[in-house]
Design a protein. Structure first.
Lengths: 363, 622
């Protein structure tokens, strides 16, 4: 066995660490402006980030084989928690998502963003790829059960991300294009049924997307105001702390889901290019780790985590720029809030573990 | 060989995965380009458009909540109103030392620790020039005291608002319900823009079921703000349209007699006008004070209400489930006549008990020595149990079920407030599904006296009584006759809903049953003859006594030996006048003992009041 460099001894992937670090810095800077120059808010967010950082480094120390062994149990545990939420969950912001563990409140659906791809990856890992039809059916069931449980809470954003995480494993595992296409057709056929099951406020969001002007004081307000903020920023932006739309409180949820609009207003198109560059850097590093992973499990999981990370970005930017419905997905590592950050960081921890526990045989 | 395949496959697999990863990367790039193009479109191509918009964005739209409609009784008394309240509000930017200010203000108005905590909390959230409330619900004395000292406190002011108030408190809480602060559950269902300025929403009773009418439509105010967001001037104003006022069917004089009669008791009283379904009286006792709920009840008081043995939070009129007892007999008698199982003069022999052939069990009559020869008229008048055991047995459960369900037993009455219980009219199918058992003949027998599985709500009993009084015309009970617009005074009458008529083969059967019920109160030996004494009018009724616990075969029901909560429920149904009735009443006194002793006199008192009042007997509509 050959001794590798520092990265392999401390189990930290430095390129990834650098990207995440830059993102967090950008996030704190924007938050200071978006939160009305509230130092307290930035300080609290920094503490949360630091805790999540430590969590990431701890996860990175686990050998991937160990993580693979736990996948099934974590998945079962997560499903049990989701069912518990339905019966004992606290109601927060109009949905039943929280479990009160006395010490802290916990959102089991967050856990599923990691455990679903882990489960599907570990299920497919010891099989030959591309997967047989029957395996695909079983994998789909494994994905759909938690997705439905989360959608029932109702939390459309998270269930969408969990579904992405699960299905991206299937895609990477090489499921045939024909099967993929027929699944797409099936999903499209399910849309009317989905519409039927949607809550009124969710339907409203879709309708508002199509025509925001119809309800300027209600749900259309978000999109109209966020477009004004972005558009008025121009190519160079109005400059840090100079965004008028966000500071005049025209823009709702400006420190959480809509923080991208604040960013656009103050840093303009140029800032967006920079931000996307950092995101793409992290994503390409993630995909690099995926391709170079040594086990099938590592390859599948690393790709899925990276793709889910991108879906976060795409859905959030899509909704803030008025191209996708408002589903409540934060901009990763920039939006204010602690819950999704912890899962994201744990996901990066897994990526690092996959990269830095590789063994090189010397022949 | 196995090894070889695995090795070969694994190489192929990593190729496959890599291909897919590259493909994903390609898609990601495409989507990123899409985002870039979109941002380019917004920030560069549409920059001018949005810059203009952002400048005109100095005009802010703020909602003006509509004023909630009032609720009136039939005779025009206000039952729910909007009372002005005063709060002490502070503009932070005008204050140098907040703690000193609070210290000075404390000398004039009482400011408690929790007030200060709430104040400091919202101080952080709001902008410097926005009002923050320091004290809510100032009393008039405090308002006056502050007004005198106002010059000493620049940046502090008294601000008026409106608060829902129920002047009659617990007297009508089960009818009107109450409003309370909008919670997360409500947010999901309501129209967000119409409620953008509203803080309260109907949670129960009429306040809930007529929410959309009472609420009205939101108005807007366009204000110009400066760079810091401070309001410079009001540009435009669209007045809100206030909610509709509602006029109830409730007659307060009758309502109060009923409340008085149920004072310190548990029970329910409903009175309905059989012609149009107007609910004249709607009392569930005990009640509770709805005003406590409007701005959030403290958890101690709420727990006390929840854990009270008298269960004041339950609406007994619509949700209280009681065995109908002997009040079921006139309905059953009609079913018997209509099915041809009996004619009026057919007699049964009542020795004081009845047994099914081949069974030991004795089903007892309330009168130990028996009623002797009994026909239907006598059986209703004296409430002979044995007669109805035999009748029920001969009818069989299927025909009983069919006949009674026409009168609405086991179904919601459809009254215009939600949350009704359906009660229970048992059938073979129901028992098989709910209990997984077959129907026993003994259970048919006790259906004859309204015991066993049968459960009905007081409202169901009143509706059934009204339908009987009406000779089969079924009308849906309602609590609101009309709404009126507070500005235009335009009146909108709500329609009377007639439901499927109860038809009988021979119209004479109605007269026979109604005559028997008349003789319950006016006949010699009628069970409620005492309540019929010296009445200036004729009415019809039927007593009922519903057993709460079973009494063993060899034991006798001794009131003094049984704890209060296990004593019988007293029931009485009545209507008046006998011809062309204008009121039908159902009275239930929980654990009140016998129906004739406890329940019937209450109905008599209400009928006296009703029949002596010309305005009532004529009715207002229909």
């Amino acid at each position: 066995m050959e001794e590798q460099g520092l990265s392999y001894r401390v189990h930290i992937d430095f390129p990834l660490l650098l990207g995440i670090f830059i993102l967090c810095l950008i996030g704190l800077v924007v938050l200071y402006s978006a939160g009305g120059q509230d130092v307290d808010l930035v300080y609290k967010q920094a503490i949360k980030l630091a805790i999540a950082f430590v969590g990431m480094i701890i996860v990175a120390q686990l050998p991937p084989a160990e993580i693979e062994r736990w996948s099934v149990w974590l998945f079962v545990f997560g499903i049990i928690l989701l069912v518990l939420v339905i019966f004992f969950g606290d109601v927060g912001k109009g949905a039943q998502r929280w479990l009160d563990l006395k010490v802290f409140r916990f959102q089991p659906s967050e856990l599923m963003k990691l455990t679903v791809p882990m489960m599907v990856a570990s299920y497919l890992a010891d099989k030959s790829l591309p997967p047989k039809f029957s395996w695909v059916v079983i994998a789909c069931t494994l994905i759909i059960i938690p997705v439905l449980l989360i959608a029932k809470q109702p939390d459309l954003g998270t269930s969408l991300l969990v579904a992405t995480a699960g299905f991206s494993v299937l895609f990477i595992a090489g499921i045939s294009w024909r099967l993929l296409a027929s699944m797409g057709v099936l999903a499209a056929a399910c849309l009317p049924a989905l519409w039927y099951f949607m809550r009124d406020y969710q339907k409203q969001r879709v309708l508002t997307l199509l025509n925001p002007e119809q309800d300027p004081l209600g749900s259309g307000y978000h999109i109209i105001q966020s477009k004004i903020a972005i558009g008025s920023g121009g190519f160079y932006g109005k400059g840090w702390l100079n965004g008028t739309q966000s500071h005049l409180e025209f823009l709702p949820e400006r420190s959480t889901d809509f923080i991208f609009a604040v960013y656009c207003e103050e840093f303009g198109m140029l800032g967006v290019l920079l931000l996307l560059f950092v995101y793409l850097f992290i994503i390409s590093r993630g995909l690099y780790i995926a391709i170079n992973a040594q086990s099938t499990y590592g390859r599948l999981l690393a790709s899925s985590l990276t793709l889910t990370f991108f879906v976060y970005i795409f859905v959030n930017m899509g909704m803030v720029t008025g191209q996708l419905p408002v589903v409540g997905v934060p901009l990763p590592l920039i939006s204010h809030g602690g819950t999704s950050m912890v899962t994201l960081m744990a996901g990066f921890g897994i990526l690092m573990a996959i990269q830095t526990h590789r063994r090189f045989l010397s022949f | 060989m196995v090894n070889e395949i695995t090795l070969k496959d694994s190489g192929h697999e990593s190729d496959l995965v890599a291909k897919r990863v590259y493909f994903s990367g390609f898609i990601i790039l495409l989507l990123v380009i899409m985002i870039v193009l979109r941002v380019f479109y917004l920030t560069v191509l549409q920059h001018e458009h949005f810059t203009t918009l952002s400048k005109s964005n100095r005009v802010k739209i703020t909602p003006i909540p509509p004023i909630r409609g009032l609720i009136y009784s039939r005779d025009g008394e206000v039952l729910a109103e909007n009372k002005p309240t005063f709060s002490l509000e502070v503009i932070p930017e005008k204050i140098d030392d907040v703690d000193m200010l609070i210290g000075d203000l404390k000398k004039i108005v009482s400011i408690e620790k929790k007030d200060i905590e709430r104040f400091k909390k919202s101080l952080k959230k709001k902008r410097r020039f926005e009002n923050v409330a320091l004290r809510l619900n100032l009393n008039e004395e405090e308002v006056a005291l502050f007004a005198v000292n106002r010059h000493r406190f620049p940046g502090v002011d008294v601000v008026a608002g409106l608060n829902r108030f129920y002047p009659l408190g617990e007297e009508l809480v089960h009818t009107i319900g109450y409003v309370a602060r909008i919670d997360e559950e409500d947010v999901k269902q309501l129209n967000a823009s119409n409620y953008s300025g509203t803080t309260h929403i109907g949670k129960l009773g009429i306040e809930k079921s007529y929410e959309s009418l009472l609420h009205g439509d939101v108005g807007y105010q366009q204000v110009e703000v400066n760079a810091q967001g401070r309001v410079i001037r009001v540009l435009d104003r669209k007045a809100p349209s206030p909610g509709e006022n509602l006029h109830l069917t409730i007659d307060l004089s009758l309502q109060r007699i009923a409340i008085e009669a149920l004072k310190d008791k548990r029970g329910a009283i409903v009175a309905i006008d059989p012609v149009n379904g107007d609910v004249l009286t709607f009392v569930s006792s005990p009640g509770y004070d709805p005003n406590k709920f409007v701005n959030g009840i403290d958890s101690k008081s709420y727990k006390a209400l929840l854990s009270s043995k008298d269960k004041p939070l339950i609406n007994r009129v619509t949700r209280g489930k009681y065995p109908p007892g002997s009040t079921i007999k006139p309905f059953l008698g009609l079913v018997g006549l209509d099915n041809g199982v009996r004619v009026l003069n057919d007699e049964s022999w009542c020795p004081g008990w009845y047994s099914l052939k081949g069974h030991e069990h004795r089903y007892r009559d309330w009168k130990k020595q028996g009623h002797g020869h009994t026909d239907l008229h006598k059986a209703i008048m004296q409430s002979c149990d044995v007669y109805f055991y035999i009748l029920a047995y001969e009818l069989g459960i299927n025909r009983i079920y069919e006949g009674l369900s026409k009168f609405g037993f086991g179904k919601e009455t459809g009254i215009d407030i939600g949350g009704e219980a359906t009660g229970l009219l048992p059938s073979r199918e129901w028992k098989r599904e709910a209990l997984g058992q077959v129907w026993f003949p003994g259970e048919t027998l006790i259906m004859g006296i309204g015991q066993g599985y049968a459960l009905s709500t007081p409202l169901q009993l009143a509706k059934a009584t009204a339908s009987l009084a009406n000779r089969g015309n079924v009308v849906r009970p309602r609590l609101v006759t009309n709404s009126s617009n507070p500005i235009t005074a335009e009146i909108k009458k709500f329609p009377v809903h007639f439901e499927d008529k109860v038809t009988v083969k021979n119209k004479l059967h109605w007269d026979q049953i109604i005559q028997s019920m008349r003789d319950v109160v006016h006949g010699v030996g009628g069970t409620a003859w005492r309540s019929g004494l010296n009445a200036a009018y004729e009415f019809a009724g039927k007593t009922g006594t519903a057993q709460v616990i079973g009494i063993a075969q060899d034991k006798e029901y001794k009131k003094e030996e049984i704890a209060e909560e296990f004593q019988d429920h007293a029931l009485f149904i009545a209507f008046a006048p006998v011809e062309e009735p204008r009121i039908a009443i159902a009275v239930i006194v929980e654990n009140g003992g016998g129906g004739s002793k406890t329940a019937a006199p209450i109905a008599r008192k209400m009928l006296d009041r009703f029949m002596n009042d010309k305005t009532l007997t004529k009715g207002t509509s229909g």
